[in-house]
Design a protein around this ligand. Structure first.
Ligand SMILES: CC(C)(COP(=O)(O)OP(=O)(O)OC[C@H]1O[C@@H](n2cnc3c(N)ncnc32)[C@H](O)[C@@H]1OP(=O)(O)O)[C@@H](O)C(=O)NCCC(=O)NCCS
Length: 143
Protein backbone atom coordinates (compact mmCIF):
# COMPACT_ATOMS: atom_id res chain seq x y z
CA UNK A 1 0.00 0.00 0.00
CA UNK A 2 1.23 3.49 -0.87
CA UNK A 3 0.84 6.00 1.97
CA UNK A 4 1.64 9.69 1.51
CA UNK A 5 0.81 13.07 2.99
CA UNK A 6 0.05 16.29 1.16
CA UNK A 7 -1.42 19.73 1.93
CA UNK A 8 -5.16 19.83 2.64
CA UNK A 9 -7.54 20.95 -0.11
CA UNK A 10 -11.22 21.93 0.03
CA UNK A 11 -12.16 18.55 -1.43
CA UNK A 12 -10.74 16.71 1.62
CA UNK A 13 -13.10 18.29 4.12
CA UNK A 14 -16.16 16.13 3.50
CA UNK A 15 -14.14 13.01 4.34
CA UNK A 16 -12.59 14.66 7.43
CA UNK A 17 -16.06 15.63 8.62
CA UNK A 18 -17.24 12.02 8.38
CA UNK A 19 -14.12 10.69 10.13
CA UNK A 20 -14.45 13.06 13.11
CA UNK A 21 -18.20 12.35 13.44
CA UNK A 22 -17.73 8.59 13.83
CA UNK A 23 -18.68 7.58 17.42
CA UNK A 24 -15.98 4.91 17.72
CA UNK A 25 -13.33 7.46 16.75
CA UNK A 26 -14.75 10.02 19.17
CA UNK A 27 -14.61 7.47 21.99
CA UNK A 28 -11.06 6.46 21.12
CA UNK A 29 -9.68 9.98 20.80
CA UNK A 30 -11.72 11.48 23.64
CA UNK A 31 -12.39 14.45 21.35
CA UNK A 32 -16.05 15.41 20.80
CA UNK A 33 -17.46 15.49 17.26
CA UNK A 34 -18.40 18.85 15.77
CA UNK A 35 -21.65 19.51 13.93
CA UNK A 36 -21.14 20.61 10.31
CA UNK A 37 -21.24 24.35 10.92
CA UNK A 38 -18.80 24.19 13.83
CA UNK A 39 -16.56 21.82 11.85
CA UNK A 40 -16.47 24.20 8.86
CA UNK A 41 -15.72 27.18 11.12
CA UNK A 42 -12.95 25.26 12.91
CA UNK A 43 -11.27 24.14 9.68
CA UNK A 44 -11.52 27.61 8.15
CA UNK A 45 -9.80 28.98 11.24
CA UNK A 46 -6.99 26.42 11.40
CA UNK A 47 -6.37 26.59 7.63
CA UNK A 48 -5.84 30.34 7.97
CA UNK A 49 -3.41 30.02 10.91
CA UNK A 50 0.25 30.36 9.89
CA UNK A 51 1.40 28.33 12.95
CA UNK A 52 -0.78 25.34 12.04
CA UNK A 53 0.35 22.65 9.61
CA UNK A 54 -2.33 20.41 8.12
CA UNK A 55 -1.73 17.35 5.97
CA UNK A 56 -4.08 14.94 4.26
CA UNK A 57 -3.16 11.27 4.45
CA UNK A 58 -3.65 9.41 1.17
CA UNK A 59 -3.44 5.61 0.87
CA UNK A 60 -3.55 4.04 -2.57
CA UNK A 61 -5.08 7.24 -3.92
CA UNK A 62 -7.85 7.45 -1.30
CA UNK A 63 -8.27 10.14 1.38
CA UNK A 64 -7.94 8.19 4.64
CA UNK A 65 -7.28 10.85 7.30
CA UNK A 66 -5.18 13.77 8.43
CA UNK A 67 -2.13 14.73 10.46
CA UNK A 68 -2.16 18.13 12.13
CA UNK A 69 0.29 20.21 14.15
CA UNK A 70 -0.93 23.32 15.92
CA UNK A 71 -0.01 25.70 18.74
CA UNK A 72 -1.54 24.97 22.16
CA UNK A 73 -0.46 26.25 25.58
CA UNK A 74 2.85 27.49 24.17
CA UNK A 75 3.71 24.16 22.49
CA UNK A 76 3.36 22.75 18.99
CA UNK A 77 1.00 19.81 19.39
CA UNK A 78 0.72 16.84 17.03
CA UNK A 79 -2.56 15.11 16.22
CA UNK A 80 -3.88 12.64 13.64
CA UNK A 81 -7.13 11.02 12.71
CA UNK A 82 -7.98 8.22 10.28
CA UNK A 83 -11.35 6.98 9.11
CA UNK A 84 -12.31 3.84 11.04
CA UNK A 85 -12.38 1.74 7.88
CA UNK A 86 -8.63 2.36 7.50
CA UNK A 87 -7.49 1.44 11.01
CA UNK A 88 -5.18 -1.44 11.83
CA UNK A 89 -3.09 -1.44 8.65
CA UNK A 90 -0.11 0.61 9.80
CA UNK A 91 -1.29 3.68 7.89
CA UNK A 92 -1.16 6.12 10.81
CA UNK A 93 2.35 4.96 11.76
CA UNK A 94 3.55 5.62 8.22
CA UNK A 95 1.74 8.94 7.95
CA UNK A 96 3.10 10.26 11.26
CA UNK A 97 6.62 9.17 10.35
CA UNK A 98 6.30 10.95 6.99
CA UNK A 99 5.08 14.08 8.76
CA UNK A 100 7.94 14.06 11.28
CA UNK A 101 10.50 13.56 8.51
CA UNK A 102 9.12 16.61 6.73
CA UNK A 103 8.47 18.92 9.70
CA UNK A 104 11.52 19.65 11.82
CA UNK A 105 10.22 21.94 14.55
CA UNK A 106 10.96 20.52 18.04
CA UNK A 107 9.96 19.96 20.72
CA UNK A 108 6.55 18.61 19.73
CA UNK A 109 3.88 17.70 22.24
CA UNK A 110 1.01 15.24 22.06
CA UNK A 111 -1.80 14.34 24.43
CA UNK A 112 -3.52 10.96 24.32
CA UNK A 113 -6.25 9.23 26.27
CA UNK A 114 -4.60 6.50 28.43
CA UNK A 115 -6.93 3.96 26.78
CA UNK A 116 -5.80 4.86 23.25
CA UNK A 117 -3.21 2.09 22.92
CA UNK A 118 -2.74 2.46 19.16
CA UNK A 119 -2.00 6.17 19.43
CA UNK A 120 0.42 5.64 22.32
CA UNK A 121 2.27 2.99 20.32
CA UNK A 122 2.58 5.34 17.35
CA UNK A 123 4.03 8.16 19.45
CA UNK A 124 6.40 6.02 21.51
CA UNK A 125 7.57 4.31 18.31
CA UNK A 126 8.39 7.73 16.84
CA UNK A 127 10.52 8.68 19.85
CA UNK A 128 8.03 10.61 21.96
CA UNK A 129 8.51 10.15 25.70
CA UNK A 130 5.90 10.38 28.41
CA UNK A 131 6.16 13.62 30.39
CA UNK A 132 2.94 13.47 32.41
CA UNK A 133 -0.13 11.38 33.12
CA UNK A 134 -3.42 11.55 34.97
CA UNK A 135 -6.67 9.57 34.67
CA UNK A 136 -7.75 11.51 31.59
CA UNK A 137 -4.63 12.14 29.59
CA UNK A 138 -1.06 11.07 28.87
CA UNK A 139 1.24 13.93 27.81
CA UNK A 140 4.20 13.15 25.58
CA UNK A 141 7.07 15.12 24.08
CA UNK A 142 9.44 14.64 21.17
CA UNK A 143 12.61 16.60 21.96
C1 LIG B 1 -5.28 6.05 16.63
C2 LIG B 1 -5.27 5.81 15.12
C3 LIG B 1 -4.63 7.03 14.43
C4 LIG B 1 -4.43 4.56 14.83
O1 LIG B 1 -4.35 4.41 13.42
P1 LIG B 1 -3.91 3.00 12.74
O2 LIG B 1 -3.55 3.28 11.31
O3 LIG B 1 -4.94 1.98 13.03
O4 LIG B 1 -2.58 2.68 13.57
P2 LIG B 1 -1.47 1.65 13.10
O5 LIG B 1 -2.11 0.57 12.28
O6 LIG B 1 -0.35 2.43 12.50
O7 LIG B 1 -1.05 0.99 14.49
C5 LIG B 1 -0.18 1.62 15.41
C6 LIG B 1 0.25 0.62 16.46
O8 LIG B 1 -0.84 0.40 17.36
C7 LIG B 1 -1.18 -0.99 17.37
N1 LIG B 1 -2.63 -1.03 17.45
C8 LIG B 1 -3.51 -0.74 16.47
N2 LIG B 1 -4.77 -0.84 16.95
C9 LIG B 1 -4.64 -1.19 18.26
C10 LIG B 1 -5.55 -1.46 19.30
N3 LIG B 1 -6.87 -1.34 19.10
N4 LIG B 1 -5.07 -1.82 20.51
C11 LIG B 1 -3.76 -1.91 20.72
N5 LIG B 1 -2.83 -1.67 19.77
C12 LIG B 1 -3.27 -1.32 18.57
C13 LIG B 1 -0.62 -1.54 16.07
O9 LIG B 1 -0.37 -2.92 16.17
C14 LIG B 1 0.62 -0.73 15.93
O10 LIG B 1 1.62 -1.23 16.79
P3 LIG B 1 3.06 -1.69 16.23
O11 LIG B 1 3.70 -0.43 15.72
O12 LIG B 1 3.73 -2.27 17.41
O13 LIG B 1 2.78 -2.66 15.12
C15 LIG B 1 -6.71 5.59 14.56
O14 LIG B 1 -7.31 4.53 15.26
C16 LIG B 1 -7.59 6.82 14.70
O15 LIG B 1 -7.55 7.72 13.86
N6 LIG B 1 -8.42 6.84 15.79
C17 LIG B 1 -9.37 7.96 16.00
C18 LIG B 1 -8.66 9.28 16.27
C19 LIG B 1 -7.56 9.17 17.31
O16 LIG B 1 -7.67 8.46 18.29
N7 LIG B 1 -6.50 9.93 17.07
C20 LIG B 1 -5.38 10.02 17.98
C21 LIG B 1 -5.69 11.02 19.05
S1 LIG B 1 -4.29 11.19 20.14
Amino acid sequence: MQVSIRPVTDDDLAAFFAFQADPASVAMAGVPARAREAFDAHWAKIRADAQTVLRTVVADGEIVGNVVCFPRDGHQELGYWLGQEFWGRGIATRAVRAFLADYDRRPLHAIVSPANAASLRILLGCGFVEVGRDDEVVSLELA
